[in-house]
Design a protein around this ligand. Structure first.
Ligand code: FES
Length: 346
């Protein structure tokens, strides 16, 4: 559906794109409605029940699942709406065991923001917490961990893996109060078909899914991922002279914010102490450091002496398409062999 229509939210007339949800219409006009299971990249689920609003003076509806209509009158706050939202949030918080101060998301947690919206104080929040039984944290994945004690079962991770990644690794496990997120057969992440892309991790609103290494960068540098020819846009977070984080660039058409496991977590090689910083030349079975001039002279000498089938080239996905094209041309036209391959075939 296209075109615009007008509705009223809290006595304010707003014009929105037809087909938007009431929540999207409110957020687009800087009108705040708490929401925990809504994510702009995903289809609405209506799972958390915190985004309730009053429609046309009576009916209460979840704003994330209610499409706008011309002339609609929406109230984001009323005695009935406030009571329902507060009760829902208190139930969620009571089942959300965590130490906020130790949480990597403690300055940006959606649950804390929603609690603040309805006026639940920090003291009351702490008093409400503490389920009797702590569930084990899944730390099996090398890059992130899942803490079911923090999980609010919003399902954003389940829908992300299904709708965006297309793997469907995650689903709800158990029922009722004991519901958590799990892989097929509730196996540890490392034993599932999870590809560790971290798309679920970056969308988790409460840090139940959290990266194992999380350092806040001092600044970010916009660049292009070097791992393959897709050319994903990436922001590398920098602290001092170290790269400490990576996130996808939502404006880059090739990836629209998504990253694979290499782009998201594979930046530690940049500052790795064992990273090669100079060429090495093998002498009597031992690698010795050499200057670039020494290395290039040796390469040129050996290239000249080893044309034909003695020569083989192996190119890299870290090169541009143009560089890879040039190397295959050089291998075939200059070195006179077709023995050339590329790491992307592995
Ligand atoms: Fe609407 Fe969760 S955001 S029900």
């Amino acid at each position: 559906m296209t075109g615009k229509l007008e509705l009223t939210i809290d006595d304010q007339k707003v014009e929105v794109v037809a087909g938007s949800s009431v929540l999207e219409a409110a957020l687009a006009n800087d009108i705040s409605i708490p929401h925990l299971c809504h994510h702009p990249d995903l289809k609405p689920a209506g799972a958390c029940r915190t985004c309730g609003v009053e429609i046309d003076g009576g009916r209460m509806a979840m704003s994330c699942q209610t499409p706008v209509a011309a002339g609609m009158k929406v109230r984001t706050s009323s005695p009935a709406v406030d009571h329902a939202r507060r009760t829902t949030l208190e139930l969620l918080i009571a089942d959300h065991y965590t130490d906020c101060l130790a949480c990597p998301l403690n300055t940006d947690c959606d649950l804390l923001k929603a609690a603040a919206h309805v006026g639940i104080s920090r003291e009351r929040l702490e008093r409400m917490r503490g389920p009797s039984e702590l569930l084990p944290v899944d730390r099996s994945n090398p890059f992130f961990e899942y803490d079911p004690n923090k999980c609010i079962v919003c399902g954003i991770c389940v829908r992300t893996c299904d709708e965006i990644v297309g793997l469907g690794v995650l689903d709800f496990v158990n029922r009722g109060y004991r519901t958590v997120i799990g892989t097929f057969g509730n196996k540890p992440f490392i034993d599932s078909v999870c590809e560790s892309c971290g798309e679920c991790v970056v969308r988790c609103p409460v840090s139940a899914l959290a990266p194992k290494q999380a350092e806040l960068p001092a600044r970010e540098v916009q660049t292009t991922c070097v791992y393959c020819g897709v050319g994903c846009g990436i922001y590398l977070g920098v602290k001092g002279n170290r790269v400490v984080s990576a996130r996808g660039d939502r404006q880059r058409p090739s990836n629209q914010g998504s990253l694979c496991v290499k782009g998201r977590y594979g930046y530690r090689f940049i500052n790795h102490p064992e990273r090669l910083a100079t060429p090495l030349i093998k002498n009597n079975g031992r690698f010795d450091k050499a200057s670039w001039d020494e290395a290039l002279d040796l390469i040129a000498k050996n290239f000249t002496a080893n044309k034909g089938e003695q020569f083989a080239a192996f190119t890299s996905a870290k090169c541009t398409n143009e560089e890879n094209y040039l190397l295959q041309k050089f291998t075939r036209a200059v070195m006179r062999t077709n023995t050339i391959d590329h790491c992307a075939r592995l």
